[in-house]
Design a protein around this ligand. Structure first.
Ligand code: AMP
Ligand code: MG
Length: 419
C-alpha cells in the first residue's frame, strides 16, 4: 500500500510529514501566556473563572430573625398551649422585616412578627400565624413551640472565616448569590478573551454584496465570529483582507492592541497567494503544520508581540472543524477553564463510513436516539466546501487515524457541537 494519500488540490502528501492533532494543539497552547485576572462587579462575573479563593468575613444571617409570619413569644409562656386549651397573650404591636426599633417582650406578652424581621429582645420562639386566632388586643395560641423554633439563628448560613468559593470555579448564578450574601461585591476573575477574526482572500466579498464572476461571499467571517461568541469570548470582526503582504501586515498590526488571540482563515496552504505565514514570520514567530486530520490539514500557528495567532484553512468546513479542534480549546484555556474539550458520546453509525488512512476524520453527523442509544447519520455531502453539512450537524464523528472503514451499526465517538 502506498504511503501517499491524495488531498484534492494539495496533490500528494507524505504521511510522515504529518503531525498529530495533539502535537499541533499542544504547540498552540504553548504559545499562550497565563490569563490576567481583572476585578469585576458581580453582575459582570457570570460564567467567568474565579481567580482567588473567597472567604466570608461576616455571619449570615447577621441577626436572629423570624422564619415564619406569626408571633414572637417566650416559649415558656405557651408550653401548655394545645387545640383544646389555647393560651392567650397580649399583643404589643408588630415587627416587619427591616425594622430597627424593637419592643422588649415581657412574660405574658408577644408581638406580631413577619418573616425575616429581627427577633425582639426577650422573645425566643415564633408561633406560626396558622396556629393562632386574633381576639382584639390578644392572640389565642393553639400549639406550643420550643425555644428557638421558627427562628433563624445568626451564622446558620455562613460564619466569619468560612470558605465560600475556590479559585478556578466558574461562577454560576447561585455563586453570585452567595457572594452577595457575604457582602463580597467585587471579585477578581479571568475576563472573556478578545478574539480578532480575519478572513483573507482576493475572491471574498461581504454577505451583503453581490459577488462578481469568480467572487464568493465571506462565510468564515460571520461564522467564526459567532463561534467565538458561543465559546464565551468577545469577537472583533476585522472583515476581509486581500491576499497582499501590506494589507495582511496592516490588519495584524492594528489588531494587536485589542486582541488576546487572532484567528485568520485562508492563505494557509501552498497556493501562490498563501502569504500569511510569510507575513506573520516578518512580524513575529510562525510555524506551519500539516496536521493528520481531514478536513483541516494545513494549519498555521504563530505569535506577534505576545499575541497568539491561529491560521485556519479557508474552506468553510475546514475552518469550522479546525476551529472546533484548535481554536475552541485555546479560547477555553484563555478563560482559565479546565473543561476545554467538548463532551463526547458513543453512537452507532447509521450507515457505512469511509475515512482516510493516517488522518483523523471529523464527519458532520446528526444525532438521533432510539432504544439502543444514539445513532449518528452523516449530514450529506462531506466535501470541505459544503457549508450546509455543518449547519445540519449535532456533532462531529471522530474516526481515528487507523480507521478506514466503519460498518453500519458500529460504535463511534461523536464530539457534541452543543453544550
Ligand atoms: P485558501 O485556504 O485561501 O486556499 O482557501 C481555500 C478555499 O476556501 C478556497 O476555495 C477559498 O475560496 C475558500 N475560502 C477561503 N476563505 C473563505 C471565506 N472566508 N469564506 C468562504 N470561503 C472561503
Ligand atoms: Mg485564499
Amino acid at each position: 500500500m502506498s504511503r501517499f494519500v491524495g488531498h484534492g488540490r494539495h496533490e500528494v502528501t507524505d504521511l510522515s510529514e504529518l503531525v498529530s492533532v495533539e502535537e499541533h494543539l499542544d504547540a498552540i497552547l504553548g504559545l499562550l501566556a497565563p490569563p490576567e485576572p481583572i476585578e469585576l462587579r458581580l453582575a459582570d462575573a457570570l460564567g467567568l473563572v474565579l481567580a482567588d479563593d473567597t472567604t466570608s468575613e461576616v455571619s449570615v444571617p447577621a441577626f436572629a430573625n423570624a422564619a415564619m409570619d406569626g408571633y414572637a413569644v417566650i416559649a415558656r409562656d405557651i408550653r401548655r398551649a394545645d387545640a383544646d386549651e389555647p393560651v392567650s397573650l397580649g399583643v404589643d404591636g408588630e415587627v416587619a422585616a427591616g425594622v430597627q426599633d424593637l419592643p422588649t417582650i415581657r412574660p405574658g406578652r408577644c408581638v406580631r412578627i413577619m418573616t425575616g424581621a429581627p427577633m425582639p429582645p426577650g422573645a425566643d420562639a415564633v408561633v406560626p400565624v396558622e396556629v393562632t386566632s386574633s381576639r382584639g388586643a390578644d392572640v389565642r395560641i393553639y400549639r406550643a413551640v420550643g425555644a428557638g423554633e421558627h427562628v433563624r439563628g445568626p451564622g446558620e448560613d455562613l460564619r466569619p472565616g468560612q470558605a465560600l468559593l475556590s479559585k478556578g470555579r466558574r461562577l454560576a448564578p447561585a455563586d453570585l448569590g452567595v457572594l452577595a450574601a457575604a457582602g463580597v461585591s467585587r471579585v477578581r476573575c479571568i475576563p472573556p478573551p478578545r478574539v480578532v477574526v480575519i478572513s483573507s482572500g482576493d475572491e471574498l466579498v461581504p454577505a451583503d454584496k453581490e459577488p462578481l464572476p469568480g467572487q464568493i461571499r465571506d462565510v468564515n467571517g460571520p461564522m467564526l465570529a459567532a463561534m467565538v461568541r458561543a465559546a464565551g469570548a468577545v469577537p472583533f470582526s476585522a472583515g476581509i483582507v486581500r491576499d497582499d503582504r501590506k494589507a495582511l501586515r496592516y490588519v495584524l498590526d492594528t489588531s494587536l492592541g485589542h486582541a488576546d488571540l487572532i484567528v485568520c482563515t485562508g492563505g494557509a496552504s501552498a497556493g501562490t497567494r498563501d502569504l500569511l505565514p510569510e507575513v506573520i514570520g516578518q512580524l513575529g514567530e510562525v510555524a506551519t503544520a500539516k496536521v493528520a486530520m481531514k478536513p483541516g490539514m494545513p494549519q498555521i500557528r504563530g505569535r506577534i508581540a505576545g499575541c497568539p495567532i491561529i491560521g485556519l484553512p479557508g474552506n468553510p468546513v475546514s475552518a469550522f472543524v479546525s476551529f472546533e479542534v484548535f481554536v475552541r480549546p485555546v479560547i477555553r484555556s484563555l478563560q482559565g477553564r479546565r473543561d476545554v474539550q467538548r463532551p463526547v458520546v458513543r453512537a452507532r453509525a447509521a450507515e457505512p463510513l469511509k475515512a482516510p488512512r493516517g488522518k483523523r476524520a471529523f464527519l458532520r453527523v446528526r444525532l438521533t436516539r432510539d432504544q439502543q442509544g444514539w445513532l449518528a447519520t452523516p449530514t450529506g455531502h462531506q466535501g470541505s466546501h459544503v457549508v450546509s453539512s455543518i449547519a445540519r450537524a449535532d456533532g462531529l464523528a471522530v474516526l481515528g487515524e487507523e480507521v478506514e472503514d466503519v460498518a453500519e451499526g458500529q460504535d463511534i465517538d461523536v464530539q457534541l457541537l452543543v453544550e
